[in-house]
Design a protein around this ligand. Structure first.
Ligand SMILES: [Zn+2]
Length: 305
Protein backbone atom coordinates (compact mmCIF):
# COMPACT_ATOMS: atom_id res chain seq x y z
CA UNK A 1 0.00 0.00 0.00
CA UNK A 2 1.21 3.49 -0.83
CA UNK A 3 2.04 6.07 1.81
CA UNK A 4 -0.97 8.15 0.68
CA UNK A 5 -3.16 5.10 1.02
CA UNK A 6 -2.06 4.66 4.62
CA UNK A 7 -2.81 8.30 5.38
CA UNK A 8 -6.25 8.06 3.77
CA UNK A 9 -7.02 4.96 5.82
CA UNK A 10 -5.83 6.67 9.00
CA UNK A 11 -8.03 9.67 8.24
CA UNK A 12 -10.99 7.42 7.61
CA UNK A 13 -10.31 5.79 10.94
CA UNK A 14 -10.35 9.16 12.68
CA UNK A 15 -13.56 10.16 10.92
CA UNK A 16 -15.19 6.87 11.84
CA UNK A 17 -14.30 7.32 15.49
CA UNK A 18 -15.69 10.88 15.47
CA UNK A 19 -18.85 9.47 13.94
CA UNK A 20 -19.02 6.82 16.66
CA UNK A 21 -18.63 9.41 19.39
CA UNK A 22 -21.61 11.30 18.02
CA UNK A 23 -23.67 8.18 17.63
CA UNK A 24 -23.27 7.04 21.22
CA UNK A 25 -26.59 6.14 22.79
CA UNK A 26 -27.16 8.45 25.74
CA UNK A 27 -28.48 6.43 28.64
CA UNK A 28 -29.75 7.85 31.94
CA UNK A 29 -30.38 5.38 34.76
CA UNK A 30 -32.24 6.17 37.97
CA UNK A 31 -29.66 4.42 40.17
CA UNK A 32 -25.95 3.73 40.09
CA UNK A 33 -26.72 0.01 39.94
CA UNK A 34 -28.80 0.30 36.77
CA UNK A 35 -26.17 2.66 35.34
CA UNK A 36 -23.43 0.08 35.96
CA UNK A 37 -25.39 -2.70 34.28
CA UNK A 38 -26.24 -0.47 31.29
CA UNK A 39 -22.55 0.46 31.03
CA UNK A 40 -21.50 -3.20 31.08
CA UNK A 41 -23.96 -4.07 28.32
CA UNK A 42 -23.44 -0.98 26.16
CA UNK A 43 -19.68 -0.60 26.58
CA UNK A 44 -18.18 2.05 24.32
CA UNK A 45 -21.42 2.34 22.34
CA UNK A 46 -23.22 4.14 25.16
CA UNK A 47 -22.71 7.12 27.43
CA UNK A 48 -24.29 6.49 30.81
CA UNK A 49 -25.41 8.89 33.56
CA UNK A 50 -26.77 7.92 36.99
CA UNK A 51 -29.60 10.21 38.15
CA UNK A 52 -29.08 9.51 41.86
CA UNK A 53 -26.13 9.10 44.20
CA UNK A 54 -25.61 5.73 45.92
CA UNK A 55 -26.05 7.51 49.26
CA UNK A 56 -29.57 8.62 48.29
CA UNK A 57 -32.69 6.65 49.14
CA UNK A 58 -34.01 5.68 45.68
CA UNK A 59 -37.60 6.12 46.92
CA UNK A 60 -36.92 9.83 47.56
CA UNK A 61 -34.34 11.24 45.17
CA UNK A 62 -33.81 14.98 45.07
CA UNK A 63 -35.06 15.89 41.56
CA UNK A 64 -32.49 18.61 40.90
CA UNK A 65 -33.08 20.87 37.85
CA UNK A 66 -29.91 19.65 36.13
CA UNK A 67 -31.56 16.22 35.89
CA UNK A 68 -34.23 17.79 33.65
CA UNK A 69 -31.49 18.94 31.31
CA UNK A 70 -29.91 15.48 31.29
CA UNK A 71 -33.23 13.86 30.46
CA UNK A 72 -33.87 16.34 27.68
CA UNK A 73 -30.83 14.88 25.88
CA UNK A 74 -31.39 11.26 26.85
CA UNK A 75 -32.05 8.51 24.31
CA UNK A 76 -32.83 5.82 26.86
CA UNK A 77 -34.12 6.30 30.40
CA UNK A 78 -33.74 3.16 32.52
CA UNK A 79 -35.79 2.89 35.70
CA UNK A 80 -36.33 0.18 38.30
CA UNK A 81 -40.11 0.49 38.01
CA UNK A 82 -42.58 -1.18 40.39
CA UNK A 83 -43.22 2.31 41.78
CA UNK A 84 -39.75 2.64 43.34
CA UNK A 85 -39.24 6.01 41.63
CA UNK A 86 -42.90 7.06 41.66
CA UNK A 87 -42.19 9.94 44.08
CA UNK A 88 -39.72 11.78 41.85
CA UNK A 89 -39.27 10.40 38.32
CA UNK A 90 -42.68 11.24 36.74
CA UNK A 91 -42.15 14.98 37.37
CA UNK A 92 -38.73 14.86 35.74
CA UNK A 93 -40.14 12.97 32.75
CA UNK A 94 -42.84 15.61 32.41
CA UNK A 95 -40.40 18.52 32.61
CA UNK A 96 -37.81 17.02 30.26
CA UNK A 97 -39.62 17.92 26.99
CA UNK A 98 -38.51 14.63 25.52
CA UNK A 99 -41.54 12.44 24.74
CA UNK A 100 -39.28 9.51 23.81
CA UNK A 101 -38.38 8.95 27.47
CA UNK A 102 -41.87 9.58 28.86
CA UNK A 103 -44.16 6.76 30.04
CA UNK A 104 -44.84 4.50 27.06
CA UNK A 105 -42.07 6.17 25.02
CA UNK A 106 -39.64 4.07 23.00
CA UNK A 107 -36.76 5.37 25.08
CA UNK A 108 -38.25 4.54 28.47
CA UNK A 109 -37.39 1.15 29.93
CA UNK A 110 -38.46 -0.29 33.27
CA UNK A 111 -35.94 -2.99 34.11
CA UNK A 112 -38.37 -5.12 36.12
CA UNK A 113 -39.99 -6.12 32.81
CA UNK A 114 -36.94 -8.34 32.22
CA UNK A 115 -37.53 -10.43 35.33
CA UNK A 116 -38.94 -13.93 35.35
CA UNK A 117 -39.87 -13.70 39.03
CA UNK A 118 -41.12 -10.89 41.26
CA UNK A 119 -41.33 -11.04 45.05
CA UNK A 120 -44.26 -9.81 47.12
CA UNK A 121 -46.74 -9.10 44.35
CA UNK A 122 -49.81 -7.77 46.18
CA UNK A 123 -53.07 -9.62 45.96
CA UNK A 124 -56.33 -7.88 46.71
CA UNK A 125 -56.79 -4.27 47.66
CA UNK A 126 -53.80 -2.09 48.50
CA UNK A 127 -53.97 1.19 50.35
CA UNK A 128 -51.46 3.61 51.83
CA UNK A 129 -52.19 2.44 55.37
CA UNK A 130 -50.13 -0.60 54.44
CA UNK A 131 -47.10 1.66 54.15
CA UNK A 132 -45.05 2.39 51.05
CA UNK A 133 -46.47 -0.67 49.34
CA UNK A 134 -45.33 -1.43 45.83
CA UNK A 135 -48.37 -3.37 44.62
CA UNK A 136 -46.70 -4.71 41.48
CA UNK A 137 -43.97 -6.46 43.47
CA UNK A 138 -40.94 -5.62 45.61
CA UNK A 139 -38.68 -3.29 43.58
CA UNK A 140 -35.36 -4.08 45.31
CA UNK A 141 -34.44 -6.90 42.94
CA UNK A 142 -30.94 -5.78 41.99
CA UNK A 143 -29.49 -7.00 45.28
CA UNK A 144 -29.71 -10.41 43.59
CA UNK A 145 -27.18 -10.87 40.76
CA UNK A 146 -29.46 -13.43 39.12
CA UNK A 147 -31.97 -10.60 38.64
CA UNK A 148 -29.08 -8.40 37.49
CA UNK A 149 -28.32 -10.99 34.81
CA UNK A 150 -31.90 -10.88 33.56
CA UNK A 151 -31.82 -7.09 33.47
CA UNK A 152 -28.59 -7.22 31.43
CA UNK A 153 -30.33 -9.40 28.84
CA UNK A 154 -33.35 -7.09 28.78
CA UNK A 155 -31.16 -4.01 28.35
CA UNK A 156 -29.28 -5.72 25.53
CA UNK A 157 -32.56 -6.24 23.68
CA UNK A 158 -33.69 -2.66 24.33
CA UNK A 159 -30.40 -1.14 23.17
CA UNK A 160 -30.48 -3.34 20.07
CA UNK A 161 -33.92 -1.94 19.27
CA UNK A 162 -32.80 1.69 19.72
CA UNK A 163 -29.49 1.27 17.87
CA UNK A 164 -30.13 -1.46 15.26
CA UNK A 165 -26.77 -0.96 13.54
CA UNK A 166 -25.09 -2.41 16.64
CA UNK A 167 -27.82 -4.87 17.59
CA UNK A 168 -25.64 -7.98 17.43
CA UNK A 169 -22.97 -6.40 19.64
CA UNK A 170 -25.48 -5.51 22.37
CA UNK A 171 -27.05 -8.94 22.38
CA UNK A 172 -23.70 -10.74 22.51
CA UNK A 173 -22.33 -8.47 25.22
CA UNK A 174 -25.51 -8.83 27.28
CA UNK A 175 -25.12 -12.60 27.22
CA UNK A 176 -21.54 -12.54 28.44
CA UNK A 177 -22.34 -9.88 31.08
CA UNK A 178 -25.25 -11.98 32.33
CA UNK A 179 -23.05 -15.07 32.53
CA UNK A 180 -20.52 -13.14 34.62
CA UNK A 181 -23.22 -11.91 37.02
CA UNK A 182 -24.68 -15.39 37.38
CA UNK A 183 -21.32 -16.88 38.17
CA UNK A 184 -20.72 -14.30 40.94
CA UNK A 185 -24.13 -15.26 42.29
CA UNK A 186 -23.32 -18.96 42.25
CA UNK A 187 -19.99 -18.49 44.03
CA UNK A 188 -21.58 -16.61 46.94
CA UNK A 189 -24.55 -18.94 47.11
CA UNK A 190 -22.21 -21.89 47.49
CA UNK A 191 -20.35 -20.14 50.35
CA UNK A 192 -23.57 -19.37 52.22
CA UNK A 193 -24.72 -22.97 51.78
CA UNK A 194 -22.14 -23.96 54.41
CA UNK A 195 -23.89 -21.89 57.12
CA UNK A 196 -26.15 -23.63 59.61
CA UNK A 197 -29.89 -22.91 59.80
CA UNK A 198 -29.31 -20.78 62.93
CA UNK A 199 -26.67 -18.72 61.16
CA UNK A 200 -29.08 -17.84 58.37
CA UNK A 201 -31.46 -15.69 60.41
CA UNK A 202 -31.41 -11.96 59.78
CA UNK A 203 -33.46 -8.88 60.60
CA UNK A 204 -33.95 -6.24 57.89
CA UNK A 205 -34.50 -2.53 58.46
CA UNK A 206 -36.56 -1.89 55.29
CA UNK A 207 -38.10 -4.69 53.21
CA UNK A 208 -35.28 -4.34 50.70
CA UNK A 209 -34.02 -7.89 50.74
CA UNK A 210 -36.48 -10.58 49.59
CA UNK A 211 -34.44 -11.24 46.43
CA UNK A 212 -31.12 -11.29 48.29
CA UNK A 213 -32.58 -13.59 50.97
CA UNK A 214 -33.72 -15.96 48.25
CA UNK A 215 -30.35 -15.81 46.48
CA UNK A 216 -28.31 -16.59 49.63
CA UNK A 217 -30.97 -18.83 51.23
CA UNK A 218 -31.33 -16.63 54.32
CA UNK A 219 -34.34 -16.28 56.57
CA UNK A 220 -35.83 -12.91 57.52
CA UNK A 221 -37.01 -13.00 61.11
CA UNK A 222 -38.45 -9.46 61.28
CA UNK A 223 -38.23 -6.00 59.74
CA UNK A 224 -37.40 -2.98 61.92
CA UNK A 225 -39.87 -0.90 59.91
CA UNK A 226 -43.28 -2.41 60.74
CA UNK A 227 -44.34 -1.63 57.17
CA UNK A 228 -42.21 -0.30 54.31
CA UNK A 229 -41.62 3.41 54.81
CA UNK A 230 -43.18 3.47 58.31
CA UNK A 231 -40.87 4.34 61.24
CA UNK A 232 -40.83 1.76 64.05
CA UNK A 233 -42.85 2.43 67.21
CA UNK A 234 -41.43 1.44 70.62
CA UNK A 235 -43.92 -1.43 70.78
CA UNK A 236 -42.74 -2.76 67.42
CA UNK A 237 -39.09 -2.43 68.45
CA UNK A 238 -39.87 -4.52 71.54
CA UNK A 239 -41.47 -7.18 69.33
CA UNK A 240 -38.43 -7.25 67.04
CA UNK A 241 -36.08 -7.62 70.00
CA UNK A 242 -38.13 -10.47 71.41
CA UNK A 243 -38.12 -12.23 68.03
CA UNK A 244 -34.38 -11.74 67.69
CA UNK A 245 -33.76 -13.30 71.11
CA UNK A 246 -36.14 -16.17 70.41
CA UNK A 247 -34.60 -16.99 67.03
CA UNK A 248 -30.97 -16.06 67.70
CA UNK A 249 -30.86 -13.80 64.63
CA UNK A 250 -27.24 -12.87 64.00
CA UNK A 251 -27.47 -9.72 61.89
CA UNK A 252 -29.51 -6.58 61.27
CA UNK A 253 -29.15 -5.58 57.63
CA UNK A 254 -29.82 -2.11 56.30
CA UNK A 255 -28.84 0.38 53.63
CA UNK A 256 -26.65 3.29 54.63
CA UNK A 257 -29.29 5.97 54.01
CA UNK A 258 -31.63 4.69 56.74
CA UNK A 259 -31.32 5.90 60.35
CA UNK A 260 -29.14 3.56 62.42
CA UNK A 261 -30.13 4.30 66.03
CA UNK A 262 -32.81 1.63 66.40
CA UNK A 263 -30.81 -1.01 64.54
CA UNK A 264 -27.76 -0.30 66.72
CA UNK A 265 -29.79 -0.66 69.88
CA UNK A 266 -31.44 -3.86 68.69
CA UNK A 267 -28.22 -5.51 67.61
CA UNK A 268 -26.39 -4.71 70.83
CA UNK A 269 -29.30 -5.89 73.03
CA UNK A 270 -29.75 -9.10 71.04
CA UNK A 271 -26.06 -9.83 70.54
CA UNK A 272 -26.30 -9.47 66.76
CA UNK A 273 -24.17 -7.49 64.32
CA UNK A 274 -25.36 -4.42 62.45
CA UNK A 275 -24.52 -4.70 58.76
CA UNK A 276 -24.78 -1.36 56.94
CA UNK A 277 -24.34 -1.57 53.18
CA UNK A 278 -24.56 0.85 50.26
CA UNK A 279 -27.89 0.99 48.47
CA UNK A 280 -26.44 1.19 44.97
CA UNK A 281 -23.27 0.75 42.95
CA UNK A 282 -20.84 3.65 43.21
CA UNK A 283 -21.07 4.11 39.49
CA UNK A 284 -17.74 4.86 37.87
CA UNK A 285 -15.61 3.45 40.69
CA UNK A 286 -17.29 0.11 41.37
CA UNK A 287 -18.75 -2.65 39.23
CA UNK A 288 -22.03 -4.43 39.81
CA UNK A 289 -20.34 -7.76 40.70
CA UNK A 290 -18.15 -5.89 43.20
CA UNK A 291 -21.25 -4.28 44.72
CA UNK A 292 -23.24 -7.48 45.28
CA UNK A 293 -20.01 -9.17 46.37
CA UNK A 294 -19.41 -6.46 48.97
CA UNK A 295 -22.88 -6.96 50.47
CA UNK A 296 -22.51 -10.73 50.54
CA UNK A 297 -19.06 -10.49 52.18
CA UNK A 298 -20.32 -8.14 54.90
CA UNK A 299 -23.26 -10.41 55.64
CA UNK A 300 -21.18 -13.55 55.63
CA UNK A 301 -18.72 -12.02 58.10
CA UNK A 302 -21.58 -11.00 60.44
CA UNK A 303 -23.30 -14.37 60.29
CA UNK A 304 -20.14 -15.98 61.55
CA UNK A 305 -19.34 -18.14 58.56
ZN1 LIG B 1 -38.83 -0.15 49.23
Amino acid sequence: MSFTGVIVLALLGVLASVGDAKAKVRVAATTGTLAAIAGDVGGELVEVTALSAPTEDPHYVDARPNLVLTLNHTDLLVATGLELEVGWLPNLQKSARNPEIGPGGRGYYEAHTALSHLAEVATGRVDRAQGDIHAGGNPHYLYDPRAGAEVAIGLGTKLAELDPANAATYVTRAQSVAAKYRSVGETQRARFAALSAEQRRVVSYHASWPYLLDWLALEQVETVEPKPGIAPSPAHVATVLQRMRATGAKAVLQEEFYPRGTSEKLSSLAGAKLVVVPGAVRFGTQTYPEFVGQIAEALHAALGG
